[in-house]
Design a protein around this ligand. Structure first.
Ligand SMILES: *[C@@H]1O[C@H](CO)[C@@H](O)[C@H](O)[C@H]1NC(C)=O
Ligand SMILES: *[C@@H]1O[C@H](CO)[C@@H](O)[C@H](O)[C@H]1NC(C)=O
Ligand SMILES: *[C@@H]1O[C@H](CO)[C@@H](O)[C@H](O)[C@H]1NC(C)=O
Ligand SMILES: *[C@@H]1O[C@H](CO)[C@@H](O)[C@H](O)[C@H]1NC(C)=O
Length: 527
């Protein structure tokens, strides 16, 4: 009898200790720049995320390491920079190509968590070995919404029939499969949250990757307008209203910045390929889009964001109290700023992302954190918040084979201390590759394959400046030739927060340029 009691106590204690570990819900929103109410965007209508933010740490200066899905995701999911993963495109898998590096979900899985992936978490395809790195990172087969396969089909209704448009508001019931990918991912996530206790007693690490507002901007038409194309009123299930065209504000700097080197220009090839934009016959690579169309793009992007915000609101209602929630974008997105669209650059608009972290019971009012941070900081932060293991070591200079280390820095001191007491990063880093100095369609200079990369744009952002240097890069051995310079950019954020005026030719800036160039070459280890 005594023995049985002891046994029961041990079991209860065992369960209890697991109960204390918080769950983690990581929400990754594809191509989401900080176009959210909480970040002060006047076009945004995001009441659900804004409500979560009221009890969260809200980081307002967060930068992705490269403004492209696969490199950014692999970077923050392993806490290593693109140069350490040798991954700047969609076409290699780091475990085969570089090193057997541990991912965030993998560490949680190896340390008493049940991990699950829904939607786009890892970039699908080669870069996650066609399995979302399943064998290592996830406790069960990742879920992908079945209707995602229709995304690039002709599914947008126009007056002239179906098209592959950029702007694609839809009537959900009439879409192939009768649903949309993110609606299906939400259902899968809610099912997981409802039933996981029947599968496992472990705490969960659930990653949900929403596909919108990535292009095509396909979302329920209710978010845009109260009326369908045929003029009938649609049933609206949203409470926050829609996005009337006349209220939309377009960016002031919707022009090609003066002094921008050609190598820095991203010709938004992904946008041009869509039928509605193709029909505008815009010359390549520097042709402009009319204010009217920019306004429509902004309207549709923000409608897609409101749609995802609604889905996130519903998801957050399904979690229990003891859950850490993280919401982030994988990189930014330009909607006319600099006369550009999409990502594929080193500008703030392409690299800056929202990052909101809510930790159970710890934060009761919004804490806005303006210090410079990077997405590689997420991994050590989650480790420190959950104590899933002891804190992560910094990766050594020659530590490329170390399975577990970080090239970031835990944000926990910023979250919990008075900011004056915390040592902050004095600079953060991003990079972007190009095949050549002039924008091209073949090879696609927005998304060059590794074998075509000959130039790398290295960018350092301090509180006051962004300095970018486009230099020679050898894709065979990943060596950088700092003596071959194809372009330089310097922006002073105190005078020019939208990065419109390249100051690199101003003699009075020489001293600053030399200082920043030195820091850029030394890199993140010396910050
Ligand atoms: C990637 O997938 C292939 C084919 O399934 C498999 O043989 C290989 O071992 C995987 N790579 C790693 C590092 O697991
Ligand atoms: C990679 O690491 C995992 C776990 O950390 C291990 O199971 C696997 O055997 C390793 N693979 C190789 C090829 O070293
Ligand atoms: C597209 O623009 C080019 C010049 O930029 C012009 O030569 C061509 O005729 C135009 N095509 C159409 C279909 O308007
Ligand atoms: C990289 O490869 C190129 C061409 O083979 C060679 O010229 C260069 O010296 C190499 N750089 C390094 C650092 O090995």
């Amino acid at each position: 009898m005594f023995k049985l009691t002891t046994f029961l106590i041990v079991i209860i204690a065992f369960n209890y200790s697991y109960q204390l570990k918080p769950n983690v819900l990581l929400i990754i929103v594809d191509d989401l720049r900080p176009s959210l109410g909480v970040y002060g965007d006047k076009n945004a209508r995001t009441p659900n995320i804004d409500t979560l933010a009221k009890k969260s740490a809200v980081f307002t200066n967060v930068f992705a390491q490269q403004a492209l899905c696969a490199p950014s995701r692999n970077s923050f999911l392993t806490s290593r920079r693109p140069d350490s993963l040798h991954l700047y495109d969609f076409y290699s898998y780091w475990r085969d190509a570089v090193g057997n590096f541990t991912t965030i979900p993998q560490l949680f899985k190896e340390n008493g968590y049940y991990t699950h992936s829904i939607g786009k978490v890892f970039h699908p395809g080669i870069s996650s070995n066609f399995t979302d790195d399943s064998e290592y990172s996830w406790s069960q087969t990742p879920y992908h919404p079945p209707t995602e396969k229709y995304t690039n089909d002709k599914v947008c209704v126009t007056r002239n029939g179906l098209a592959q448009n950029l702007l694609c508001p839809v009537i959900v019931d009439e879409q192939p499969g009768g649903s949309l990918p993110d609606v299906q991912s939400l259902r899968a996530a809610k099912d997981f949250l409802r039933y996981h206790k029947q599968i496992t007693a472990l705490p969960y690490f659930l990653a949900v990757g929403f596909h919108k507002p990535h292009i095509p901007l396909r979302f329920p038409i209710e978010y845009l307008s109260r009326y369908t194309l045929s003029g009938t009123k649609v049933h609206t299930f949203i409470t926050v209203g829609y996005h009337p065209f006349e209220n939309v504000k377009i960016p002031l700097n919707h022009f090609h910045s003066s002094g921008l080197p050609n190598v820095a220009w991203n010709p938004w090839t992904d946008i041009r390929e869509r039928d509605d934009i193709k029909a505008l016959n815009i010359s390549f690579p520097f042709g402009t889009i009319s204010d009217y169309t920019i306004k429509r793009i902004v309207q549709h992007y923000n409608s897609a964001v409101t749609y995802v915000d609604d889905l996130i609101g519903e998801l957050l209602q399904s979690i229990d109290k003891n859950t850490i929630v993280v919401i982030l974008g994988d990189h930014g997105w330009s909607m006319g700023e600099h006369g550009e669209f999409s990502k594929f650059s080193n500008f703030d608009i392409a690299t800056k992302v929202p990052l909101i972290i809510s930790t159970p019971g710890a934060i009761s009012v919004q804490k806005t954190i303006p210090q410079l941070v990077e997405l590689v900081d997420l991994f050590p932060t989650l480790v420190d918040l959950t104590k899933v293991t002891n804190g992560l070591e910094r990766c050594l200079a020659d530590g490329s084979n170390s399975k577990l280390c970080t090239e970031g820095k835990s944000l926990v001191p910023l979250i919990f201390s008075k900011s004056e007491d915390v040592s902050e990063k004095t600079a953060v880093f991003t990079q972007y590759p190009r095949p050549g100095e002039y924008p091209t369609l073949k090879p696609n200079s927005d998304k060059p394959h590794l074998k075509d990369i000959n130039i790398m744009g290295y960018s350092i952002r301090t509180n006051q400046y962004r300095y970018t240097e486009w230099v020679g890069f050898d894709h065979r051995n990943f060596s950088i030739d700092w003596n071959k310079v194809f372009g330089q950019e310097l922006y002073d954020h105190n005078l020019d927060p939208n990065e419109n005026m390249n100051l690199v030719t101003r003699p009075e800036m020489n001293e600053m340029i030399n200082f920043l160039r030195k820091k850029l070459r030394l890199g993140w280890r010396y910050i």
